[in-house]
Design a protein around this ligand. Sequence first.
Ligand code: KIV
Length: 267
Amino acid sequence: MSNPKVTAPGLIEMKARGEKITALTAYDYPTIRLLEQAEIDIALVGDSLGNVVLGYDTTLPVTMEEMLHHTKAVAYGADRALVVVDMPFLSYQISGEQALMNAGRFLKEGGAAAVKLEGGMEMAETVRRLVDVGIPVMGHLGMTPQSVHALGGYKLQGQTDEAVERIMQGAESLQNAGAFAIVLEMIPAHVARQVTESVDVPTIGIGAGPYCDGQVLVIHDMLGLYDKFTPKFVKQYAQLGNIAVDAIKQYAAEVKSGEFPGPEQSY
Ligand code: KIV
């Protein structure tokens, strides 16, 4: 029998059992197939695709149509993983109606099982609105990349008492609004621990230390497939970019020399 599907309520049960949650980004069919083979719990169609797939400098230009296009490919290939999709900048901040319409498209047209949006207390009403119609929502606190300009760059957050208080209140509001999980990005480990201990829903850390209930990384970062910038907190488990360049160079050399395809192509 194949493994049961990961669900939003199932992730809350994993936290209650003390079972760590694994998450990675996926933006296309071949990648979700790799995640499935490795039994990763959450496949996040992150708007980081703007950076690592589309080559933008920030996530701000990413559109609904771009996210939907990639979400469909991931959803087609997902068997067990929970497919969560990032709501792009300005697809949910304008009004509750706008958020509901766009989140609904990700489930209805994209085949996702949940959405993620950035923000804390100020987003609670929107989260409640989506949850009330049956759309599972993941929150995102700390370094929220869609606010990169307001935050003055990609920097560690939660470094003052006031900032910690805001994160704590954000986590409580998201939980009360019905969020099933909260991403904590680039905050000190002791702050992530405080948040994790204060809520019943799982925290998924990225650059937030070891005390979160789960971890997420951008797959291009951890596989060495993105050469523009790698955050300090990333562990590179492989350098697939280098392996690919070597293979491509060998192919090019063999084409130039005539070694490939050889005198008789086999079909
Ligand atoms: O867009 C993304 O990939 C994310 C993760 C970094 C959490 O939001």
